[in-house]
Design a protein around this ligand. Structure first.
Ligand code: OAD
Length: 228
């Protein structure tokens, strides 16, 4: 029995039609992240930030899980050991692909958060800066997304899993955003084998023990099939 920790990024949802961030034409080449993905940007212009995430929510809700999401759900269900699935993605395609207990370290586009009292609830398809919090009525509603400068969610649980991992796998992530980018080092230092699955190898050579290249919808099911 062994323990696998999987980290996914935007690349796993790319073939479901959701844009990545840093590839050619990616979201951060078209939008200023300091305006739409920071607490300061939200304080300056909440309507702009809601517009940006309303568009992300519409895209995510209209997208369908692909073969890679489904293969990871199958792995979690059928593997003899432990599988911990951590995602940087805010879409719910892992869940709709059949995965349970997905750790959304950067939050979820389908959830709303009150910036005044911390209450959380299911987000409507379209959010508005004037929406009052259902718990405290403050008009400080925001998407339940972790912005730059904020602490990702569930870090204690993730680090515990990394330190107990026999295998760490990063799928469809550029490895440019910390702390997620450092998970490979934590797992490696704890003795885990490390594997990257990406359309192309990420720029730091030798960071992973093994690299599988190819589109996630092909590479991930092939890798899962090799384990089951
Ligand atoms: P990036 O856009 O930085 O990287 C996407 C990665 O997916 C790249 O390495 C691509 O090579 C790879 N990729 C693209 N298409 C693929 C495919 N079909 N199959 C396999 N791989 C593919 O996205 P992330 O690494 O997820 O955070 O970005 C990390 C964080 O930066 C996001 O969670 C978001 C963003 O700012 C916040 O907003 C807080």
């Amino acid at each position: 029995m062994s323990s696998i920790v999987i980290l996914t990024g935007a690349g796993i949802s790319a073939e479901s039609g959701l844009g990545t961030f840093r590839d050619v034409g990616g979201l951060w080449t078209r939008y200023d992240l300091t305006e739409v993905a920071t607490p300061e940007g939200f304080a300056r212009n909440p309507a702009l930030v809601h517009d940006f995430y309303n568009a992300r929510r519409a895209n995510a809700l209209d997208a369908r899980p692909n073969a890679a999401h489904k293969a990871l759900a199958r792995l979690a269900q059928d593997y003899g050991g432990t599988v911990t699935l951590v995602t940087q993605n805010i879409d719910d395609l892992h869940e709709r692909g059949g995965a349970r207990d997905v750790i959304h370290m950067h939050g979820e586009i389908t959830r709303a958060l009150c910036a005044a009292c911390g209450h959380r609830w299911d987000a409507p398809r379209v959010m508005d800066p004037a929406d009052p919090c259902p718990a405290c009525a403050a008009p400080r509603t925001r998407p339940d997304i972790v912005w730059f400068g904020e602490m990702p969610y569930h870090m204690d649980r993730i680090v515990d899993a990394l330190e107990a991992a026999d295998l760490f796998v990063a799928i469809g992530t550029s490895g440019e955003v910390y702390p997620a980018a450092g998970f490979v080092d934590i797992a490696s230092a704890a003795g885990a084998e490390t594997l990257e699955i990406n359309l192309e190898p990420t720029p730091v050579p030798g960071r992973f023990d093994r690299v599988l290249t190819g589109p996630a919808t092909r590479a991930v099911p092939d890798w899962v099939a090799s384990l089951l």
